[in-house]
Design a protein around this ligand. Structure first.
Ligand code: KG4
Ligand code: ZN
Length: 364
């Protein structure tokens, strides 16, 4: 195909987003617009995302967000080659809003619709931003998922590791709530940790040293609860020290867990000299975690590829891009107009689901 422009729509959790991405033969892809409206304020008082409120907010905002994305990109629907929308996994109310809107736009404009897996959007972003080449390892650390996925090609994924209980972002959010910090917990804990003493509390490093490559964070959260209860009421310094000690435990456990998969990759692909570990998801914006992964990659002969934070967190450019990748790979989606949203939709359908892994139906 000479040139392709795709309109992407993302509504799987608490961001209402639309974007236009274009690619021309032989040139790097271009994000023509990327509009993201966060609902953080709507959910703040509840200490987490409320599905019903999220769905209503998407209904109110999406039309305007799509218009803004087209206007920013200086295109109208006639110049678009396809419409790509997140069809799962995520909160089903939001998915319905986005997918139905995309179906209506596609039908009215006479363009094909592509039903995109949100996780595939995260998985392929590094190809949009850095031109990453297959195969590579993806570490997805978000509010809903903590996974390592081997990305062999478009639509060709193998899950190598996952959390057996909480997602990492969820562990940050729950810890923040326990010690009285505002939602979303990740940025609050990171900010508090700057003033804290990371050696004050010896929190556990769940699964450290185990052969199995998976993650676990619920024991860490329990340890935080016990420590906080023991010294309640918490002073500002206590909150800072717990935050710093929690973050240090997370970084240490993460490095141990991820190292298993880096070793496995080298064994699977001995001819790739400097393979890429691609990180995605909101937790990847944490400075200590980035630094830890950077060192780990250097020690294992990997390159750490971290797309800019705005494209690591939820956005529609990654959905438009996944649509383009699918079109280019000849995976266009004949049945998309009949596609029903899926609250659960693993990237690697062959791997057995892990009980308790990540929040049910939560954002990815
Ligand atoms: O990728 P994301 O924006 O949304 C999805 O979950 O898809 O990730 C949100 C998660 C939240 O749990 C939030 O607390 C966490 O990412 N997060 C962070 C940081 N910024 C966001 N966790 C640790 N440190 C941060 N700086
Ligand atoms: Zn996500």
């Amino acid at each position: 195909m000479a040139g392709i422009k795709v309109l992407g729509i993302e509504t799987s959790c608490d961001e209402t987003a639309a974007s236009v991405v274009a690619v021309k033969a032989g040139a790097r892809p271009e994000i023509l617009s990327n509009v993201v409206l966060s609902q953080i304020e709507e959910h703040a008082a509840f200490g987490g995302v409320v599905p019903e409120i999220a769905a209503r907010a998407h209904v109110e905002a999406l039309d305007g967000i799509v218009e803004a994305a087209l206007a920013d990109a200086h295109v109208d629907l006639a110049n678009i080659d396809a419409v790509a929308a997140t069809a799962g996994p995520g909160l089903v109310g939001g998915l319905i809003v986005g997918l139905m809107t995309a179906k209506a736009i596609a039908a009215a404009a006479g363009k094909p619709l592509i039903a995109v897996n949100h996780l595939e959007g995260h998985a392929l972003t590094a190809r949009l931003t850095e031109g990453a080449e297959f195969p590579y390892l993806l570490l997805l650390v978000s509010g809903g998922h903590t996974q390592i996925v081997l990305v062999r090609g478009v639509g060709d994924y193998e899950r190598w590791a996952t959390t057996i209980d909480d997602a990492l972002g969820e562990a940050f959010d729950k810890t923040a709530k326990l010690i009285g910090l505002p939602h979303p917990g990740g940025p609050s804990v990171e900010a508090a940790a700057k003033r804290g003493d990371a050696s004050r509390f010896a929190f556990p490093r769940p699964m450290k040293g185990e052969q199995r490559p998976d993650f676990s964070f619920s024991g860490l959260k329990t340890a935080v609860r016990q420590a906080a209860t023991a010294i309640a009421p918490l002073s500002d310094q206590d909150v800072a020290d717990i935050s710093a000690s929690f973050q240090a435990a997370v970084a240490d456990a993460l490095a141990d867990r991820v190292s298993r998969s880096l070793t496995r990759f080298h064994a699977a692909y001995p001819d790739i000299a400097a393979p890429a570990l691609v990180v995605a998801g909101g937790v990847a914006s944490n400075a200590l975690i980035r630094e830890t992964l950077q060192k780990l990659c250097a020690a294992h002969g990997f390159r750490l590829v971290a797309p800019p934070p705005a494209l690591c967190t939820d956005n529609a450019a990654m959905i438009a891009w996944a649509g383009i990748e699918r079109l280019q790979a000849g995976l266009s989606d004949e049945g998309a107009m009949g596609f029903a949203p899926r609250s659960r939709w693993p990237l690697d359908t062959a791997s057995a689901p892990v009980v308790g892994s990540g929040r049910r139906g939560a954002k990815a």
